[in-house]
Ligand binder design. Structure first.
Ligand code: PLP
Length: 797
């Protein structure tokens, strides 16, 4: 049905009639979207079924990726691209008077994630399928994804997101594959045939219904599965209050928690975690039994990967099934489990290390708690045998301590692989945060630097650049991103550099239309587009950026002839609804924008833009138009970052601290092709340990800082009396925990250098080209190959 334009048009119209009983003339754009989506699903169904059968028949190893978040974005065009039918469809639709881009606008972003962690999971799915690897995702089918952000009067307002409002054409509900998940109740143990057995009594049962989505690889016949679980009441609830039970059950898959680093101490969150894990493991094992019978060598045939600690209950859940349902003894079950589970650590921020109070954990998951207790006791006994009497060491490493279950400790003890997400992050894990665990299990620790789906972030998001690259070096880079390095041959080809500049300018033109449309501000595409888009967090230091912008404004006001290379500063960021400080920063950015954009003295020298509701589909329009990528986290705090890679592959130059993967970007492009500044992670960690930083000194001795910081509280912002006092206090009263003032001067210096460099167009374009050419190793294909070879031991099918 996609083999040529004529066939496509015919199938399309036929299906449209069949589905809606409407002629083309009567039908709506939504009808067209739905029709096309269904055609794609039917088109892949053969390959999807065949992939499943191949995998069932194969004795090779498979991986199951468990993640509480998947930030997928829109799927229609990416699916068409991966199937190789984008052109046929786009042209065919055109001839029917339908615009594919309009249909895409109707598709909701599948926003089942907060930011980097969820987007990583989505990129990994693309790479697994494109590399023909047997790897499936498991997640939760949240009814409402991450909230929709509106900016009202400069403040963030959150609206519930409604991605399922018009249905989800990509999913297939599989009611017959539903499983039951048990909460609450109590555990009774009996001796049966000389063996202690456990029974979970009076449990409240929730039905988990899988909704499968096809994951279509790029020009491959592999169609993997993303299985999203929906929580539904069980058919015959033995319950006094049926309505309450129904409501509480449905709540489990109602909302994604909108907090991406703070440990969210909500019982519902723990329920979600166990729901995901229990449903996934039951379903994985059900298939496994069909394929292999007994579970004795489970670990030789499958690997279960947990994305951060949210799915760490996979460890006790697998133990539970092996022991209680399959009759294994503890040691056998432990051997299988610890050879099946692998774990990725995403952060060293202490506030983000999950821990659950026993008083919540134990009653909700009584049998799972017993197993965690047993794991902890055996682990502590081992520690004791190694270093008898060293209570401090044991208390520091224990899984249960001070009334809490420490999820990262459980993950490390119960898995065979622990990986960090960038070289620096892994080193910090080994040398500092998880040092004692590293000494205990040195072989478990390894690094897998994050990556991005370059087919989404370059091929799909930046079609002009993608076509030009293909013109220059052929299309092999689409499957093998390392081939981008061939672009280095054109470093001194001024025609190529000029064409790159033209493409960037066109992309900036497209973004400026969006900016005008959304904010009413006209921006000049000759200006540097200087972009910081990511979640709003103190450690990501949007504050450093905006204070520097305020300083530039002050310079202009003080000297009307102050000359600077024109800039458009662009922000996009959601703050967690309960994160008071982050919301203040959003208001500050908008308040500064209001003043600067409306001051005639500024002229064309700068504009400040805050684009509301930053999400995948908006990101795809921003990265291709960026000249400068702001990656200015306090060194040691950003585990990897992936936004930095998306900018790089689109030819933006990085202004960044030596943090996360920025360091690896620098290694690849060389110091002369990146703008780094500020404290190193060692310096930051040294200050934390030994003190010696006093922010007040920087305030007093740098008049630029003093002026901008004073403006937070001296009435400079009209009508927001006291609004920014918490920010002022964080910088001076609380001694600036994120070293904003300390890094201010080096940041201002490097920004001057950015401006100067931009004036030398050839030099800038050459730097840009060098960045694109070296971005291939940040393809998630590379990352996934490393996971496949070093951790999962899976092979293409
Ligand atoms: C890539 C991405 C992120 C992660 O950005 P960082 O700069 O690495 O924090 C967050 N949100 C969206 C929508 C993304 O596409």
């Amino acid at each position: 049905m996609f083999s040529n334009k004529e066939k496509f048009k015919e199938s399309f119209c036929k299906r449209l009639e069949m589905l809606y009983n409407k002629s083309l003339a009567e039908s709506t754009a939504r009808d067209h979207y739905e029709t096309l989506g269904q055609m794609v699903r039917e088109f892949v169904s053969n390959d999807w079924i065949a992939t499943n059968e191949r995998q069932l028949a194969s004795t090779g190893k498979q991986v199951f990726y468990l993640s509480i978040e998947y930030l997928l974005g829109k799927l229609l065009r990416q699916n068409l691209i991966n199937l190789g039918v984008e052109e046929v469809v786009e042209e065919g639709l055109n001839e029917l008077g339908i615009c594919l881009t309009d249909l895409e606008e109707l598709e909701s972003d599948a926003g089942l994630g907060n930011g980097g962690l969820g987007r990583l999971a989505a990129c990994f799915l693309d790479s697994l399928a494109s590399l023909n690897l047997p790897g499936h995702g498991h997640g939760i089918r949240y009814k409402h994804g991450l909230f929709e952000q509106k900016i009202v009067d400069g403040y963030q307002v959150e609206l519930p997101e409604q991605w399922l409002k018009s249905g989800n054409v990509w999913e297939v509900r599989k009611a017959d594959l539903a499983v039951k998940v048990r909460f609450w109740g109590k555990v009774e143990s009996n001796m049966e045939n000389g063996r202690l057995t456990f029974h979970h009594l009076n449990a409240e049962t929730v039905t988990a219904v899988p909704h499968d989505m096809p994951v279509i690889g790029y020009q491959s016949t592999t169609v993997n599965t993303l299985r999203l679980w929906n929580a539904e009441p069980s058919q015959f609830p033995i319950h006094d209050d049926i309505l309450k039970y129904k409501r509480e059950t449905e709540m489990i898959s109602e909302f994604l928690y909108p907090d991406d680093t703070h440990d969210e101490g909500k019982i519902l969150r723990l329920k979600q975690q166990y729901f995901l894990v229990s449903a996934s493991i039951q379903s994985i094992l059900k298939n496994y039994r069909k394929q292999h019978g007994r579970l004795d060598d489970l670990h030789e045939h499958i690997c279960i990967h947990i994305n951060d600690t949210h799915p760490v209950l996979a460890i006790p859940e697998l133990m539970r099934i092996l022991i209680d349902e399959e009759g294994f003894d503890w040691d056998q079950a432990w051997h299988i489990t610890t050879h099946t589970i692998s774990y990725t650590n995403h952060t060293t921020l202490s506030e983000a290390l999950e821990k659950w109070p026993i008083r919540i954990f134990q009653p909700l998951l009584p049998r799972i708690y017993m197993i965690v207790e047993e794991i902890n006791e055996r682990f502590c006994r081992e520690l004791w045998d190694e270093t008898p009497g060293d209570w401090d060491r044991i208390a520091g490493l224990a899984i249960i301590a001070d009334g809490f279950v420490k999820m990262a400790h459980l993950a490390i003890v119960g898995s065979f692989s622990v990986n960090g997400v960038a070289k620096l992050h892994t080193e910090i894990l080994k040398k500092r945060e998880m040092k004692s665990f590293y000494q205990l299990y040195p072989k478990k620790f390894n690094n897998k630097t994050n990556g991005i789906a370059h087919r989404r972030w370059l091929l799909k998001a930046n079609p002009k650049l993608a076509s030009f690259i293909t013109e220059l070096i052929g299309s092999s880079w689409i499957q093998s991103a390392e081939e981008l390095s061939q672009l280095l041959h054109y470093q001194n080809d001024t025609a190529v550099l000029e064409e790159l500049r033209k493409i960037k300018k066109e992309n900036k033109g497209q973004l400026s239309k969006i900016i005008l449309d959304k904010t009413g501000v006209a921006v000049d595409t000759h200006a540097i587009f200087d972009v910081q888009v990511k979640r709003l967090h103190a450690y990501k230091r949007q504050l450093l950026n905006i204070l520097h912008i305020m300083h530039l404004y002050n310079r202009i006001k003080e000297d009307s002839s102050y000359s600077m290379v024109p800039r458009v500063f662009i922000f996009g960021a959601k703050a967690s609804p309960g994160y008071y400080y982050a919301k203040k920063i959003i208001k500050l950015i908008n308040s500064a924008a209001e003043i600067i954009n409306n001051d005639p003295d500024v002229g064309g020298r700068m504009k400040v833009i805050f684009l509301e509701n930053y999400r995948v589909s908006l990101a795809e329009k921003i990265f291709p138009a960026a000249d400068v990528s702001e990656q200015i986290s306090t060194a040691s705090k950003e585990a990897s970052g992936t936004g930095n890679m998306k900018f790089m592959i689109n030819g933006a130059l990085t202004v960044g601290t030596l943090d996360g993967a920025n360091i690896e970007i620098r290694e690849l492009v060389g110091d002369e092709n990146i703008f780094t500044f500020g404290l190193t992670s060692d310096e930051v960690l040294h200050y934390y340990q030994h003190g010696g930083y006093e922010s007040v000194g920087y305030y007093h001795h740098d008049s630029r800082i003093r002026q901008a910081v004073d403006q937070l509280v001296n009435g400079f912002f009209p009508g927001v009396y006291n609004e920014f006092e918490p920010i002022f206090d964080s910088l001076l009263g609380e001694n600036d925990q994120y070293f904003v003032l300390k890094d201010f001067a080096p940041y201002a210096d490097i920004q001057l250098k950015v401006g100067e460099t931009y004036l030398d167009t050839i030099k800038w374009q050459k730097m840009s080209l060098t960045n694109i050419a070296n971005a291939g190793s940040f393809s998630s294909d590379r990352t996934i190959k490393e996971y496949a070879e070093d951790i999962w031991r899976i092979k293409p099918l």
